[in-house]
Design a protein around this ligand. Structure first.
Ligand SMILES: Cc1cc2nc3c(=O)[nH]c(=O)nc-3n(C[C@H](O)[C@H](O)[C@H](O)COP(=O)(O)OP(=O)(O)OC[C@H]3O[C@@H](n4cnc5c(N)ncnc54)[C@H](O)[C@@H]3O)c2cc1C
Length: 500
């Protein structure tokens, strides 16, 4: 893939104040830039990106087989047709974003190797001042803006989460986390154990299995997987009829969204039926002799965690072929030659891959100060899941877990640009979510309800996340089908947003 990092001209670098600064040039930051150009053409903006190129998640992760786990008709933007198969490799996603940067003339607005370390708001000046560390020179500088649009994702890009397993230091082979995949890792003919059974493990194992001597998926507890061919028949049919790409994209998107809505409703109202269907898929691929109860029957409800999709049943095929196997057990200790399990079984390994998840980064690990007072995010209450009480002129794009992340990035982008235009029409410079009298005694709960969604990286960080209230606009609706109607009509003058 051709990642074209534009050289930045002197003039670009000389400008240090913008109306809007977008932090992050992943799929959300690029979406924000597109919406600003479309709907607020008079606003100046720049994207600040810590890495040396764009793409965020799809640049950071380079492990074998790296691909999306949701379809690109909905993970792609509503406004840019997707031309490929539903599940896409990181390369293809980066190419798609690369096209967007050219087609929408966004590339020149990005400043790469710019890590935002602090953000300080002054109510007197109505301005954010950001401290920036240059990754390519270690120099620091400051930039200012009126509105801060946080598109920095939800996890630390520098390193993944590895639990502190006993005996790790004794292991004589190599331990690798998928988030930092060594370019030269040679696993051919090697015995590999992958710890974890989320989407990352489900991607890695089929991609590595043929080259390894053997690869084992070691899980503490099972995950639900859905299998389906990596082709969208409706898209294929519309394409064969030469229907314009934009129509095909929109029609396929709507059909996928409708289907997902039905699956989500079924998972909530009839979880046993959905569970039975998912287990039947596993049985169909793995055959009767496989212990599906032990290895593929989770204790949580379907959709309490993200449902991992395995295109064309590739993981199951490798398990059936014997090139890969699955072990459900707890780790007692790493040993010099592998892993000893609580059951006493030993797994011999040359390489151990810890597909054990992420470390959450709250607001890009940026230290926030408002009028001289350091702000703790955990003390705040979220305004609709993307703005925060007493945080002026700031939005954080936090996408959906169950549906494609980008569906929410699109909705938030449309909302923020509507809000910026509303502020311009009112002649004000700041907007701050503030609890109204009727909000002060509302019941507070966690940012993400663990009953609704409870993956490890969220539960590990829940104390550092803001709270949500028990009524609008202080709730974080995790439902695209509700928010797509609520957000475009949300009242900007209901008293919960204070303008100055
Ligand atoms: C392997 C993997 C597969 C996934 N697959 C899917 C999927 O199929 N569907 C789905 O919906 N979601 C998926 N997700 C979730 C995924 O992260 C999001 O959907 C999406 O890519 C997030 O985009 P983003 O732009 O919001 O954040 P990111 O992709 O995380 O990008 C954020 C950018 O901000 C930059 N940044 C962070 N902090 C700072 C700072 N302080 N200063 C400057 N820059 C900063 C980072 O360097 C990064 O480039 C996946 C996640 C992973 C890890």
């Amino acid at each position: 893939m051709n990642v074209n990092v534009a050289a930045q001209g002197e003039a670009d670098q000389a400008i240090t104040h913008f109306d809007v600064l977008i932090v992050g040039a992943g799929i959300s930051g690029i979406d924000a830039a597109y919406h600003l150009q479309q709907h607020c053409p008079d606003r100046t903006f720049s994207l600040l990106e810590n890495q040396e190129s764009f793409g965020g998640t799809w640049l950071t992760h380079t492990y074998p087989g790296i691909r999306s786990d949701s379809d690109l008709f909905t993970f792609g933007y509503g406004w840019k047709p997707w031309h490929g198969n539903p599940i896409a490799s990181a390369d293809k996603i980066l190419n798609y974003l690369d096209e967007v940067l050219d087609e929408q003339d966004i590339r020149r607005h990005i400043r790469f190797n710019h890590k935002v370390t602090t953000a300080t708001w002054s109510s007197d000046d109505q301005i954010w001042t950001l401290e920036i560390l240059r990754g390519d020179s270690d120099e620091t500088s400051t930039m200012t803006c009126n509105f801060l649009w946080m598109c920095q994702g939800y996890y630390k890009h520098q390193e993944g989460y590895t639990p502190d397993f006993p005996g790790m230091a004794d292991f004589r082979g190599q331990i690798v986390h998928p988030q930092r995949w060594p370019e030269d890792l040679d696993y051919s003919g090697k015995r590999v154990v992958v710890i974890g059974s989320g989407a990352t493990a489900a991607t890695l194992i089929p991609a590595m299995a043929d080259a390894c001597e053997h690869i084992t998926m070691l899980q503490r507890s099972p995950t639900y997987f859905a299998t389906r061919p990596n082709v969208n028949e409706l898209a294929e049919q519309l394409r064969s009829l030469d229907i314009p790409d934009e129509w095909t994209h929109e029609i396929v998107r709507r059909s996928i969204l409708r289907e997902q809505q039905m699956i989500t409703a079924a998972a909530i109202h009839n979880p046993e039926a959905v569970k039975a269907q998912l287990l039947a898929m596993a049985k169909e691929h793995l055959g009767d002799g496989f212990d599906i109860d032990r290895h593929f029957t989770p204790t949580y409800r379907p959709w309490q965690q993200r449902l991992a999709l395995i295109p064309d049943g590739d993981l199951y095929k490798k398990l059936k072929s014997g090139k890969a196997s699955v072990v459900t057990d707890r780790i007692d200790t790493f040993t010099e030659t592998g892993i000893r399990l609580k059951s006493g079984e030993e797994l011999e390994a040359d390489i151990i891959v810890t597909a054990t998840g992420f470390n959450m980064a709250i607001l890009g690990d940026i230290a926030f100060t408002i009028d001289g007072k350091p702000m703790t995010f955990a003390d705040r209450i979220t305004w609709r899941g993307f703005m925060y009480s007493d945080f002026p002129n700031m939005a954080w794009v936090f996408g959906y877990f169950r549906s494609s992340w980008t569906l929410r990035a699109d909705l938030i982008s449309a909302f923020v640009t509507r809000l910026l235009n509303h502020m311009a029409a009112k002649g004000v410079k700041s907007v701050t979510p503030v609890l109204r009298d009727e909000d002060r005694n509302m019941k507070l709960g966690p940012f993400i309800d663990p009953e609704n969604f409870n993956p490890g990286y969220v539960t590990r960080s829940i104390d550092r996340l803001p709270k949500q209230g028990d009524h609008e606009p202080w709730r974080f609706e995790h439902d695209y089908h509700a928010e797509k109607d609520i957000l475009p009509k949300a009242d900007l003058d209901d008293g919960s947003l204070v303008y100055r």
